[in-house]
Design a protein around this ligand. Structure first.
Ligand SMILES: NC(=O)c1ccc[n+]([C@@H]2O[C@H](COP(=O)([O-])OP(=O)(O)OC[C@H]3O[C@@H](n4cnc5c(N)ncnc54)[C@H](O)[C@@H]3O)[C@@H](O)[C@H]2O)c1
Length: 369
């Protein structure tokens, strides 16, 4: 494979991140085929043409089916709202294209199952946008866990909070429609679940809770009912007797991009916060009690693949860099490498956990995943 032709569907928040990743991945890693920005798809021909000119794509279309059929497209980035992921990703896989689809897979479990089946049937690679697992800091934490640096793990607790829906007068959007899924559960909780899957394994049973802080939001001069739950929580039973808890909130004033991870073991604790995501805090209970405390480890070239971006330690990576790393992982899979990424089978396990949490919240009982 000498070149990779890219098709991008959607150019909102995530679409731009994918475009930047495809533009930068070869410069950062140096070892990929040439990347050709082939076709960009948007809802109107006008918007598609505007974004194609901005992002540097050769062609633009308002018809995503034409994009996936284009012989110049080898891989399709799906960055549209959740309800479109299934038909676009399955369509692309059936056309023999590789797929990089944003999370969550799909609001309906049956659609996520169809996506996973399509990926299994296809010879192409398919991964999901679970960028947070790609952080060098998370890779370092995984290494610490493998080395038993804090002993046997007994508990993990992850909170994910942002405030983009904290204002009750924030206008209604697709994110508050039931077509997007449950709400905070499949928008946010999937990220902590992806981190837990990467660090410790899949949840075996869950006890969930979902709540709706605001009943309606402004819409076309009036107000429209909010159909989603913007706050959710779950207790988790994890492999090896480890207990877990996740709390997620899209209405958390003051929290801008917090994913607060605490991992407790028999000999210490590891703490990580996405708002300071170039740092890992490690506490190991050894030595004199008066000397014990958390150490802060600042990411640098010793924490791969940080050094691919910049030679200087402590100069910090940003969110878009996680997308570039994720892009390299997908290319690796396309080239037959085994890389760390959430593929459609692992994604389906996350969806299964999400639906089990929602069921548990409705029924008020522990639910097997
Ligand atoms: N991985 C992450 O950290 C992360 C962060 C934010 C969003 N997301 C996911 O990314 C997806 C998109 O979210 P967003 O915040 O970018 O949304 P957005 O509303 O900013 O962008 C969606 C884009 O898709 C376009 N679109 C909609 N229907 C289309 C169609 N039929 N054909 C072509 N284009 C179409 C819209 O015009 C818009 O430009 C969601 O599934 C969301 O869950 C992931």
């Amino acid at each position: 494979m000498k070149t990779i032709g890219v098709g991008l569907i959607g150019t909102g928040y995530m679409g731009k991140c994918h475009a930047l990743a495809w533009t930068s991945v070869k410069a950062v890693f140096g070892d990929t085929p040439d990347i050709k920005l082939a076709v960009l798809g948007e809802v109107t021909a006008e918007l598609a043409a505007k974004r194609a000119a901005e992002f540097g794509f050769a062609k633009a279309t308002a018809d995503w089916r034409a994009l996936i059929a284009d012989p110049g497209v080898d891989v399709v980035s799906v960055t549209t709202p959740n309800q479109f992921h299934a038909e676009m990703a399955i369509g692309a896989l059936e056309a023999g294209k590789h797929v990089w689809c944003e999370k969550p897979m799909a609001p309906k479990f049956a659609d996520a199952e169809r996506m996973a089946e399509a990926a299994r049937r296809s010879r192409a690679s398919a991964i999901l946008g679970y960028n947070y697992i790609q952080n060098p800091a998370i890779r370092y934490i995984r290494k610490l866990l493998d080395e038993q640096a804090i002993g046997k793990i007994n508990h993990i607790r992850i909170e994910m909070d942002e405030d983009f829906l904290a204002d009750p007068d924030q206008p209604h959007s697709w994110r508050s429609e039931a077509t997007a899924g449950y709400g905070a559960l499949d928008d946010f909780a999937v990220h902590p679940l992806s981190l837990i899957a990467t660090l410790l394994g899949r949840a075996e049973a869950v006890f969930g809770e979902m709540s709706k802080p605001y009943p309606d939001r402004p819409f076309k001069g009036g107000r429209r009912a909010v159909e989603t739950f913007d706050i959710a929580a779950a207790l988790l039973r994890l492999p090896g007797g480890v207990s877990g808890a996740i709390h997620v909130n899209r209405c958390a004033w003051g929290r801008k991009g917090r994913i607060f991870v605490q991992i407790f073991g028999g000999r210490g604790t590891i703490v990580f916060d996405q708002e300071r995501f170039n740092e890992v805090q490690v506490y190991v209970a050894t030595g004199e009690a008066e000397d014990q405390g958390f150490r802060t480890i600042l990411m640098g070239p010793a924490h791969p693949p940080y050094g691919q971006f910049i030679v200087a330690p402590g100069h910090q990576l940003g969110f878009n860099d996680l997308k570039i790393i994720e892009c390299r992982k997908l290319i690796g899979r396309m080239l037959g490498e085994k890389t760390v990424a959430i593929d459609f089978d692992e994604g389906l396990a996350i969806e299964r956990a999400v639906h089990a949490i929602a069921k548990s919240s409705r029924e008020g009982a522990w639910t097997k995943v």
